[in-house]
Design a protein around this ligand. Structure first.
Ligand code: NI
Length: 256
């Protein structure tokens, strides 16, 4: 049994075969999927997928790329969506200084306001941090995000930053990148992290693991990530699957 803690099945790349693919996931050993939202329309789609499929849960939030659309009305919408019992987190939220699509001050304020919402609702957060490690850590601290904790999605920071984030009650989402040939940094981080703080994720349709890099990703490929972690940690893949699933259940309060 594996849990995909970060997927985007609302993406248009699944339009032709979404239902068929999702129906096949249980037979591929996938127990649960958390569908991470990014903009107003994907929030609605995540909720409707979670209503349609018992094993799909939703996180609601506005991605840094879409933070220019964030306002009080959107905040109210997120609050009302999160009353749905299948909503398990606020995300994905954070900062993206790699693409820098939106002025940084706007990204920061959108991120901070959604952390406050998560604290009001007592929901964990799913953080997107690309090339914005310092400001991400600062906002996590300033907004007391450790009260709710959460997961660093597609963690790309250093071992030193991981040490700080462990103290701040965060988990680490490990995905396809750890299988790539140039994955030295994330491999070092995986070696360092306690197994109790690692969760698996695909970020599908993106970041397909080797040996399928370049194809469209889906939760069926999660096992390749589990295998890579097992290799790095010198453990059985079954043990990796078990521990990471227990972690995801604890983090998102999923049914046992
Ligand atoms: Ni994502």
């Amino acid at each position: 049994m594996l849990i995909d803690t970060h997927a985007h099945y609302d993406d248009s790349r699944f339009d032709n075969d979404r239902d068929e693919l999702l129906q096949s996931l249980k037979s591929k050993g996938i127990a649960y999927v958390v569908n991470a939202s990014s903009n107003v329309s994907s929030n609605a789609m995540s909720i409707s997928l979670s209503r349609k499929f018992d094993f799909i849960f939703a996180s609601v939030g506005i991605h840094p790329h879409d933070s220019s659309d964030f306002n009080d009305e959107v905040l109210d919408m997120l609050r009302s969506l999160s009353s749905n019992e299948k909503v398990v987190a606020i995300g994905e939220i954070g900062l993206d200084y790699y693409y820098d699509n939106v002025p940084r001050e706007i990204q920061k304020s959108c991120f901070a306001k959604q952390i406050r919402l998560a604290r009001q609702l007592d929901l964990p957060i799913i953080i997107h941090d690309r090339d914005a490690h310092e400001d991400t850590l600062k906002i996590i601290r300033d907004e007391h995000a450790s009260e709710v904790g959460g997961v660093m999605h597609a963690y790309s920071g250093s071992v030193e930053m991981a040490r700080e984030l462990l103290k701040l009650n965060f988990y680490f989402g490990i995905g396809g990148v750890c299988t790539f040939k140039n994955a030295k940094k994330v491999v070092e981080v995986i070696k360092y992290l306690p197994m109790e703080r690692i969760v698996l994720e695909t970020d599908c349709p993106y970041l397909t693991p080797e040996p399928f890099r370049g194809r469209r990703n889906d939760s069926g490929y999660l096992v390749y990530i589990a295998e890579k972690i097992a290799q790095i940690k010198n453990m059985d893949v079954e043990e990796v699957a078990h521990i990471t699933s227990q972690n995801a259940i604890r983090l998102f309060n999923l049914p046992v």
